[in-house]
Design a protein around this ligand. Structure first.
Ligand code: ATP
Length: 567
């Protein structure tokens, strides 16, 4: 990003004027979120536009981000609405003004209850095939999987549906006719189901049809501030720019090297090129979070003379350590080295850090969630959602636990909140026993025969699969939003900081060091996975350990030469 005309801020405490749009650019730990909370307090102090009814909208991209900001704001929260971008648009545009689209699309208004990930049921699939006359698409599981990956994109100012890129690989291979994608969405909306990115699409459509909605938003929010803006997507930028045309002052904050949500449509150029009339750009140097030894790794990876960070407080510690071997041994070693002091274990995928948490040491790579959701139809979904429910309960997230229990039994008549609670209590009391079982035993002993669930597992493909699969293995792959836990995905750790970090590199059958360790051997910030590891490393305040399954002598020597880590 060209920062030649940007103004340098001494640090996160420096004040900027509150009347112009602004952009703040800074590396990890520079104090972006701290600046944001300071700036909010300055606005509350100085602006006569803020009141109980006219608030500052503070938008970020993850629930962890929301929690961090709410916590740091303290009492000022009364004048601020802190939300994720999807919640902001849902609460302020979609929920109150969806009726504007009456006549364009049909909605079951009474059943709409927020936005969620949508897994199409077989009734949706059948309706889709009938409406679009695509009977040749006879594999319902495959069709459901593909349709669940449809996402809205902005193409030349046009909103279009395409299959989203996933880490697992290519989708969109089933030749669903392009002109039928929207039909799928319409079927879902008619049933009251909105996906996260439907919220973006519908917001744009509402604004286009009733531009007065923009006036109302501007009236409600004289300021809109967006943290982690590097992860914005073009539809979100479009809406923000429309709001910023008049009255509302917009401020965006971010770091291009921490852009890690491309798979959800994020596009880092939105931040790099973001501009508004009279927008002022500022940058903050340095890193207040990490020791110089950790900052050295970050500087080496970033290799950017402009953002060569220092530690203003001259924080010192030991050199980051590479631990070679199995991830269990690495975990135990890291615990020994830092006496578990504020240790957070991070990995790319959910299941790896969960495996350490659940004590499962043999790595498996089969796509378990797909097997449940898309290959064993209703029974698979039921088992999968019940396990979700139990795992949420284990983490004291009762609302989610009940939600999944109801989802599991949604085809069972009269299964209400009370039944969900009863069933959860029954099963959770047996948790220590259940967690030792395989899925076939779990289903036959504790699900089959209760609440009218028929069809015992005897033999056949599903039965054999479930027999070889332990409850704990499934619990591992479940994405529990334990946002504050000590075992997290890197994506969930964004914006947070920990005294000690153990980064687990995913073991693979044919582990290719040159590719898997390229973020250290040959870092390139244009590659998303390198940025993800950069985010992980930058979360550490004092101790950083990186667990790698293997390291050749050649690469060991190479890393030693860089002089940034101990091995
Ligand atoms: N001016 C400052 N002086 C001392 N410490 C500061 C200052 N600004 C921020 N910090 C501390 O540095 C740490 C990082 O700050 P903050 O989380 O605001 O950075 P950030 O730029 O948002 O980080 P990231 O983008 O990596 O999540 C926090 O512990 C914060 O309290």
């Amino acid at each position: 990003m060209d920062l030649s005309i940007a103004k340098k801020l001494k640090d996160s405490n420096e004040r900027i004027d509150i009347f112009n749009h602004f952009k703040i650019v800074a590396g990890p730990g520079a104090g972006k979120t701290t600046f944001l909370t300071n700036h909010i307090n300055h606005i509350i102090e100085e602006s006569d536009k803020i009141s109980d009814l006219r608030k500052i909208a503070c938008i970020t991209y993850t629930n962890v981000g929301v929690e961090t900001i709410v916590h740091r704001l303290g009492k000022s929260i009364d004048y601020v609405e802190v939300t994720t971008i999807h919640s902001f648009l849902y609460l302020n545009i979609v929920k109150p003004y969806l009726w504007v689209l009456e006549g364009d699309y049909e909605f079951d208004y009474a059943s709409i209850d927020g936005h969620d990930e949508i897994i199409p049921t077989f009734s949706i699939i059948n309706e889709f095939k009938q409406k679009t006359r695509q009977y040749a698409l006879d594999d319902n599981n495959k069709l459901a999987k593909e349709l669940s990956k449809l996402q809205w994109y902005l193409d030349d100012e046009e909103l279009v549906l395409r299959f989203k890129e996933t880490w697992e690989g290519k989708v969109g291979t089933y030749n669903i006719r392009k002109d039928s994608y929207l039909e799928y969405k319409k079927i879902c909306w008619k049933k009251g189901l909105l996906s996260h990115d439907d919220v973006l699409f519908l917001s744009v459509k509402i604004i286009e049809k009733a531009p007065r909605v923009l006036e109302i938003i501007r009236g409600k929010f004289p300021y809109i501030l967006v943290d982690e803006f590097q992860d914005t997507n073009p539809i979100q930028t479009k809406i923000l720019k429309l709001i910023a045309e008049k009255e509302t002052v917009v401020g965006v904050i971010g770091d291009e090297c921490q852009s890690i949500y491309k798979f959800q449509g994020a596009d880092v150029t939105q931040f790099i090129e973001f501009d508004l009339p009279k927008l002022k750009t500022y940058y903050i140097e340095d890193n207040h979070r990490s020791t110089l030894e950790i900052i050295n790794v970050l500087n080496y990876m970033r290799n950017d003379s402009f953002f060569h960070q220092k530690s203003p407080e001259n924080k010192r510690g030991s050199k980051p350590k590479i631990l070679v071997g199995g991830f269990f041994d690495s975990y135990n070693e890291a615990v020994k080295l830092c006496s578990e002091d504020g240790l957070c274990t991070l990995s790319f995928k959910n299941e790896l850090c969960n495996m350490v948490q659940y004590g499962i040491d043999n790595y498996f790579s089969d796509n378990i969630s797909d097997e449940f959701i898309f290959s064993d139809s209703d029974r698979g979904k039921m088992i999968f959602y019940i396990i979700h429910s139990l795992e949420y309960c284990k983490q004291d997230k009762f609302k989610d636990a009940i939600k999944f229990m109801k989802k599991a039994y949604r085809k069972v008549e009269k299964f209400d909140d009370r039944s969900a609670l009863e069933n959860l209590k029954r099963l959770y009391n047996l948790y220590s026993e259940i967690s030792k079982l395989n899925i076939k035993e779990f289903y036959n002993n504790y699900i089959y025969g209760f609440y009218g669930v028929k069809s015992k597992l005897t033999n056949g493909r599903a039965s054999n699969y479930y027999k070889g699969l332990s409850y704990n293995k499934v619990a591992c792959v479940i994405t529990i939003t334990d946002d504050n836990g000590k075992f997290r995905t890197i994506h969930k750790s964004k914006g947070d900081e920990f005294k000690s970090v153990l980064l687990l590199i995913q073991p693979k059958e044919n582990f290719n060091e040159e590719t898997e360790l390229a973020f250290l051997l040959n870092p390139d910030m244009n590659i998303e996975s390198h940025r993800v590891y950069y985010v992980a490393i930058s979360r550490a305040m004092e101790n950083l350990y990186i667990s790698v399954p293997q390291l050749s002598t050649e690469n060991r020597n190479k890393l030693k030469k860089f002089d940034i880590v101990d091995i």
